[in-house]
Ligand binder design. Structure first.
Ligand code: FE2
Length: 283
């Protein structure tokens, strides 16, 4: 899962990032054994390690950011704080379920997606002293910006090159089966939000590209990974909107829904990739 392109050339942080990836790989490698009692101890240790390590690593990384006067510090720290909250919640769920394989899969899909995107994109802005989204905003059509943003997220997570991804803006719905999520925009008038439809192909393909795991049917690893991808994209969109409109836009937690619960109106775009297609609806 680790790639040398994630290096920041700050040794202490790079080494910690590698340790985090290693812990996720251990979690992945033990997944098939999650129901065996002998592995519960190992799973417990790995999950606890991830929690402790995230807390210590974020502290060191934030200290470094303050030292170099990183202008995206406050926004970045919020992402760390949210991850710690999420990991603490997963810890509770893991313990109360006695490390049920369903919950472990859920945790794996989430943490793998979060770490790859955070280290691969958000942390990459640190040495340059720019925040993750501010560099990219130009005065272009908003939907086009959203689509480019979605492409960038998928490129990083699934290691797709420019030739393997493109988008079509339009309002026709193209994907009629797969996994879908809705993300409400907080305080926006008329219940506005963003809908995501992932074809099964893209759900399988992205998880395989991220973790090396191949599955034969949709499961909690995919659901959790697609939920976190929806979360990352929505947060980017909220940040773009806030900067364009000067109104602070926040997002709700992505909710898994039936495809027909996503409104068919308003702006939408289809993202075609080598791995499969996904659709984004801004309603
Ligand atoms: Fe970070």
């Amino acid at each position: 899962m680790w790639k040398d392109s994630y290096l920041l050339d700050v040794d202490v942080i790079d080494n910690q990032h590698k340790e985090l990836f290693k812990a996720v790989v251990t979690l992945r490698d033990n997944l098939g054994k999650a129901d065996l009692p002998s592995y519960k101890k190992q799973l417990t240790e790995t999950a606890m390690f991830l929690k402790e390590y995230c807390i210590n690593h974020f502290r060191d990384e934030e200290e470094y950011q303050r030292k170099i006067g990183f202008d995206g510090y406050a926004e970045h720290k919020k992402k760390h704080d949210k991850l710690i909250d999420d990991v603490l919640n997963y810890e509770k769920r893991l313990i109360t379920s006695d490390f049920a394989s369903l919950v472990v899969k859920n945790f794996l899909g989430f943490i793998a997606t979060w770490i790859i995107y955070h280290v691969g994109v958000e942390d990459q802005q640190i040495p340059k002293g720019k925040s993750a989204t501010s560099a990219r905003i130009e005065d272009r059509d908003l939907v086009h910006d959203f689509a480019v943003n979605v492409e960038n997220v998928l490129k990083i997570l699934a290691g797709l090159s420019e030739q393997n991804i493109h988008h079509t803006i339009g309002s026709n719905r193209h994907i009629d089966s797969g996994v879908s999520y809705k993300v409400g925009l907080v305080d926006a008038p008329n219940n506005r939000g963003v809908g995501f439809v992932y074809s099964e192909d893209i759900a399988f393909g992205v998880v395989k590209a991220m973790t090396g795991m191949e599955f034969t049917e949709l499961n909690e690893v995919m659901y959790s990974a697609m939920q976190e991808i929806s979360n990352i994209i929505s947060a980017n969109i909220a940040s773009l909107l806030s900067k364009k409109t000067n109104i602070s836009v926040d997002i709700e937690t992505p909710r898994q829904v039936q495809i027909d619960e996503i409104p068919g109106i308003s702006n939408s775009f289809l993202v075609h990739t080598r791995l499969g297609d996904m659709e984004v609806v801004v309603y």
